[in-house]
Design a protein around this ligand. Structure first.
Ligand SMILES: Cc1cc2nc3c(=O)[nH]c(=O)nc-3n(C[C@H](O)[C@H](O)[C@H](O)COP(=O)(O)OP(=O)(O)OC[C@H]3O[C@@H](n4cnc5c(N)ncnc54)[C@H](O)[C@@H]3O)c2cc1C
Length: 448
C-alpha cells in the first residue's frame, strides 16, 4: 500500500475501542495507524487476577504488533498530547519525549480513562489504582510484600497493620480485589508462613454507597454482600475516605464521624476521570465535556462540527452510556464502519446513529460464584460463574491466552495454586521506600 495516497485513519489507543475500530476498517485502500502509549492491547477486566497472582501479565495482554500481524495496520508507540483539527494532525511524544506529528484524514480517539482520586491526587502514592499492567504489578508487589513484612515484623502492632488491607470502592474492581485478597490469604498462603497466620488478614472494603456492586440491582447486590461477608471481607458502606497515608486511612461516615484505620496496604478502585488528552482535544475542537471530563459526541460518535474526529469508548459521553468494554467495542465497530461506508459510497447518506446493544455484565465474587445481569435475566452462584468464564474467554485476545487462562484457572480452582506470586528483591527495596516514607519514620530492619 502506498501510504502517501490512500485514506489515512489514525486511531489513538489500542484498547477495546481502538481494536474494534481497526478491525472494522480492514480495506486495502485505508491506511490505519494505531498510536498507543503502551505496546499492547490490555484486557482490563482481568487485571485483578494479575494483581493477586493468578494470571501473568502476558496472559491478559497481547502486543499490538502481534494482534495486527499480517494486516496493514501500522503500530506506533507514542503518547498523543494534542490535535490540530485545521491541519488534520495529531501531536505525539515518542518514548524519551521527542515530538512527532501524524497526519490523518479521519481520527478516532479511544484513549480510555484514568484513575480519579476526586481532587486528592496525593492519595495515589499510598493507594495505587488499577488501570494498567504496571498498576497491577505494583499492587501484586504491595499485597505479597505485606505478608512478607508481617512475617518479619517484631512489633505486633506493625504486624497487624501489614495484615490489614483496605480497598476503596465497592464496584466490580474493588469487590473482585477484596475477595481475591481474602481467598489468597485463606487458601493459597494459608500454610506458607511460620510466624503469621495469613488467614487472619483483614480486608476492609469502603464505599460511599449503601451496597456493593449497586449497578447490578438490589437482589444481586445483596448476594454479593453476603458472599463478601462469608469470605471475611469487612464492608464499610456509606463511608467517605478523607485521607490516606503510609500507615492507613481516615474515613468519615454519613453522620460526620471520622475513624482511623491502620492498614499496610490501601488500594484505590473508586473512580475514573478523563486523561489530559481529553482536555486538549476539547480545547482544540470546542467540544463540550461532562463532569468526569469525557467528550460529548454526536449520535454518530463524532465531535460536533468535526465529522472527521470520532471519540469512542470510555472517553466518549453519549446518553449516559456506561464505561464498559462492550460499549467501547460496539462504538469502535460503528466508528470504523462509518468511515469505511463513506469511502466505499461517496455521496451516499451517512450510516445511522450509534445504537448500543446491552449484552449484560458479570462480576466475579469467589471460586465458583459470580453474578450476571443481562437485561431482565439476573443470576448468581455457579451458573453465574460459568457465564463469567464464558464471557471472559470469549473476549480475551488471542487463542494462546484463552487456552493458558483455562489451564491456570483449573489449577487455581482445583488446587489453590497461584503461580504468579513472584517479585524481585529490588522491588522489596522499593516497597520499603514506599511504605516507610512518612516524615519521622525510620526504615524498619526488614529483609536480608
Ligand atoms: C480494573 C478494571 C476492570 C474492569 N472490568 C470490566 C468488566 O468486568 N466488564 C466490562 O465491561 N468493563 C470492565 N472494565 C472497563 C473496560 O475495561 C473499559 O470500559 C474499556 O477498556 C474501555 O475501552 P477503551 O478502548 O475506551 O479504553 P481502554 O481499553 O482503556 O484503552 C485505552 C488505550 O489508549 C491508550 N492511551 C491512553 N492515553 C493515550 C495517549 N495519550 N496516547 C496514546 N495512547 C493512549 C492506553 O494505553 C490504552 O491502550 C474494567 C476496567 C478496569 C480498569
Amino acid at each position: 500500500m502506498d501510504r502517501g495516497t490512500v485514506h489515512r485513519v489514525v486511531i489513538v489507543g489500542g484498547g477495546f475501542g481502538g481494536l474494534y475500530a481497526a478491525r472494522a476498517l480492514r480495506r486495502e485502500d485505508i491506511a490505519v495507524t494505531i498510536v498507543d502509549s503502551a505496546q499492547h492491547h490490555l484486557f482490563q477486566p482481568l487485571l485483578y487476577q494479575v494483581a493477586t497472582g493468578i494470571l501473568s501479565e502476558g496472559q491478559i495482554a497481547a502486543p499490538l504488533r502481534e494482534v495486527f500481524k499480517g494486516r496493514d495496520v501500522e503500530c506506533v508507540l507514542a503518547e498523543v498530547v494534542d490535535v490540530d483539527p485545521a491541519a488534520r494532525s495529531v501531536f505525539a511524544l515518542r518514548p524519551g519525549g521527542e515530538p512527532m506529528t501524524l497526519p490523518y484524514d479521519d481520527l478516532i480517539v479511544a484513549a480510555g480513562m484514568q484513575q480519579s482520586y476526586f481532587g486528592h491526587d496525593e492519595f495515589a502514592q499510598w493507594a495505587p489504582g488499577m488501570k494498567t499492567i504496571a498498576d497491577a504489578l505494583e499492587i501484586r508487589r504491595r499485597v505479597f510484600g505485606a505478608f512478607e513484612l508481617a512475617e518479619t515484623a517484631s512489633d505486633p502492632e506493625e504486624q497487624r497493620r501489614w495484615l490489614t488491607f483496605a480497598v476503596v470502592g465497592a464496584g466490580p474492581t474493588g469487590v473482585e480485589l477484596a475477595g481475591q485478597i481474602r481467598e489468597l490469604a485463606t487458601r493459597t498462603l494459608r500454610s506458607e508462613f511460620r510466624r503469621i497466620r495469613p488467614e487472619d488478614a483483614r480486608v476492609l472494603l469502603f464505599d460511599g454507597g449503601s451496597a456493593p456492586l449497586a449497578s447490578f440491582g438490589k437482589a444481586l447486590s445483596a448476594k454479593a454482600a453476603a458472599a463478601l461477608q462469608e469470605m471475611g471481607v469487612e464492608l464499610h458502606l456509606g463511608t467517605h475516605v478523607t485521607s490516606v497515608d503510609g500507615l492507613g486511612l481516615d474515613v468519615q461516615d454519613k453522620a460526620g464521624a471520622t475513624t482511623r484505620y491502620d492498614a499496610g496496604t490501601v488500594l484505590w478502585a473508586a473512580g475514573v476521570e478523563a486523561p489530559p488528552l481529553a482536555a486538549a482535544i476539547a480545547a482544540a475542537t470546542g467540544a463540550q465535556r461532562d463532569r468526569a471530563g469525557r467528550i460529548q459526541v454526536n449520535p454518530d460518535l463524532t465531535i460536533p462540527g468535526h465529522p472527521d474526529i470520532s471519540v469512542i469508548g470510555d472517553m466518549m459521553s453519549l446518553g449516559g452510556l456506561p464505561g464498559v468494554a462492550e460499549v467501547a467495542m460496539q462504538a469502535g465497530t460503528h466508528a470504523g464502519r462509518r468511515i469505511r461506508h463513506r469511502i466505499e459510497n461517496p455521496g451516499a447518506p451517512e450510516v445511522g446513529p450509534f445504537r448500543y446493544h446491552d449484552l449484560g455484565s458479570a462480576a466475579y465474587l469467589s471460586r465458583g460464584n459470580a453474578i450476571v445481569s443481562a437485561g431482565p435475566v439476573h443470576f448468581a452462584g455457579l451458573p453465574g460463574w460459568l457465564a463469567w468464564l464464558f464471557i471472559h474467554l470469549a473476549f480475551l485476545t488471542g487463542y494462546r491466552n484463552r487456552f493458558s487462562a483455562v489451564i491456570t484457572w483449573a489449577n487455581v480452582f482445583i488446587r489453590d495454586n497461584r503461580h504468579q506470586c513472584t517479585y524481585t528483591t529490588q522491588q522489596i527495596d522499593e516497597l520499603r521506600t514506599v511504605y516507610d516514607a512518612p516524615p519521622g519514620k525510620d526504615l524498619p530492619a526488614v529483609g536480608p
